[in-house]
Design a protein around this ligand. Structure first.
Ligand SMILES: [Fe+2]
Length: 457
């Protein structure tokens, strides 16, 4: 996609008041060159049909043509550390048993008994065998048949034909992926350029320290798209404008499956007319954003320091102490900005050195509902084993994100507050059309372009 970008279109498309690359040029360290790259081809401006979010037929096409052919983030390694550990991963009408093998590898079996079709398991666990609770048909953890009760009554079945069917498994930096269909790109090819970028931040040496989920009454794409642009900050998150360069966000579209938004923090939104000093910017950041720096922290800006420099200096030391290694090379941007990568169709890991946010969105179970998950991955010192992942905390319909995630959760509550009304509004729409901005919403356009490639007849 980089090859057909038009530099004229790129220059025209950006916010004239704030540029992330200008901030990167004044960083106290060299920002990684791949973040300075521009990959912003001109995008079409045709409206999108609301049918893509509301129609059962469109949803069925996704289930038939898209989901079986994409690599899906199914689990983290630290959810299944020991041989015999099983994770149930379900999405789009399929259920998989991710099973840790004796040699440390992972297999993904279709989670269905080959006898009468009961799901073999409905919960994660640690097992010696996979035994159906209905009639006790039993498989070894490598998927081969172990036992059929009353074998004399099943002489028509051959053991060799009774292996549990499997999906492809791919593993990268602690993430375990499944893909139902055979063939297609390898996981490495599919994720490019993510593996190259994340060599710097190494998510293999992190563990799931927080994991919260909630069912949102909106289409899974509409929910994911609420996290693909910073344009909504002005209306949805006004409290973060004092320290968020929302309109200065840089959007890069890489391969078919991967794109990136870099939202600068520690700089005031161009929407604000009020001039804020660096201490005011830092104080607002600490009051309303606990992802990068823990709640209750205070930072004093030194003479001559910018807000970005002060926060980065604090975080460079804090994260160095956390992981037990020197982060003197870490750019200010990598210690505080939101480096939000999206991997088609539903996986979004944040880059950078601070504890990362990871999003996943799954239809739950139809075009009207989404399981939205937020994880924090905390770095673990080199050489130390990964602690097991915390279990997923499922919020009830009346439980707020802020009740478990503090001021960071309050931001998610604001996002989720829009979504039921987005879904209802799309259905109520007179012309059934959506209009996207050319640049700030280019990741949404990119997503739909890729989706259309999977859905084409
Ligand atoms: Fe938001």
């Amino acid at each position: 996609m980089n090859d057909d970008k038009d530099p004229t279109e790129q220059a025209k498309g950006r916010c004239p008041d704030l540029s992330w690359n200008d901030l990167a040029a004044s960083d106290t360290r060299q920002v990684p060159l791949f973040l300075l790259e521009d990959a912003a081809p001109a995008m079409p401006s045709t409206p999108l049909s609301t049918e893509r979010y509301t129609s059962a037929a469109f949803f069925d096409a996704e289930v038939q043509k898209m989901w079986p052919n994409v690599w899906q983030f199914a689990a983290r390694e630290e959810e299944m550390l020991e041989p015999g550990a099983v994770v149930v991963y379900e999405n789009a009408g399929r259920s998989y048993l991710l099973t840790r093998q004796v040699d440390g590898s992972v297999r993904a079996f279709h989670n269905v008994c080959l006898h009468r079709g009961r799901k073999l398991r409905t919960a994660n666990g640690q097992v010696d065998e996979l035994r159906c609770p209905y009639h006790a048909f039993t498989w070894y953890t490598d998927g081969s048949l172990k036992q059929i009760p009353c074998r004399w009554d099943f002489e028509h079945l051959q053991d060799a034909d009774m292996r549990l069917p499997e999906a492809q498994v791919g593993r990268w930096q602690g993430y375990i992926f499944v893909k139902e269909a055979a063939g297609g790109p390898s996981l490495e090819e599919y994720l490019a350029p993510l593996p190259e970028h994340f060599m710097r931040w190494n998510h293999a040496q992190r563990y799931t320290s927080t994991w919260v989920a909630k069912v949102v009454p909106a289409n899974w794409k509409a929910t994911a798209e609420a996290f693909m642009e910073a344009f909504h900050v002005i209306a949805t998150h006004p409290q973060i404008m004092p320290f968020t360069g929302d309109t200065g966000t840089k959007y890069n579209l890489y391969s078919e499956h991967v794109n990136l938004a870099i939202t600068p923090f520690g700089i005031t939104s161009p929407h604000m007319t009020e001039e804020l000093g660096p201490q005011e910017v830092v104080d607002a950041f600490l009051r309303y954003n606990s992802r990068v720096i823990p709640e209750g922290t205070s930072i004093e800006v030194k003479d001559g320091q910018s807000a970005r420099q002060a926060m980065a200096e604090f975080n460079r030391q804090r994260i160095s102490d956390m992981v037990g290694c020197n982060l003197d090379h870490a750019a200010d941007a990598e210690l505080q900005d939101a480096l939000t990568y999206n991997v088609f169709p539903n996986f979004s890991p944040w880059g950078g050195f601070a504890p990362s946010v990871v999003y996943r969105w799954r239809p739950w179970p139809d075009q009207e509902h989404t399981l939205m998950e937020v994880r924090y991955l905390t770095p673990v010192p080199e050489g130390k084993p990964l602690p097991p992942a915390v279990p997923m905390r499922m919020l009830g319909p009346d439980e707020s994100w802020s009740s478990v995630l503090g001021v960071q959760g309050a931001i998610f509550d604001q996002d989720m507050g829009n979504l039921p009304h987005v879904q209802a509004g799309m259905k109520a729409s007179k012309n059934q059309l959506l209009n996207l901005s050319r640049y700030q919403e280019s990741r949404i356009r990119h997503f739909h372009q890729t989706l259309d490639k999977y859905l084409k007849p």
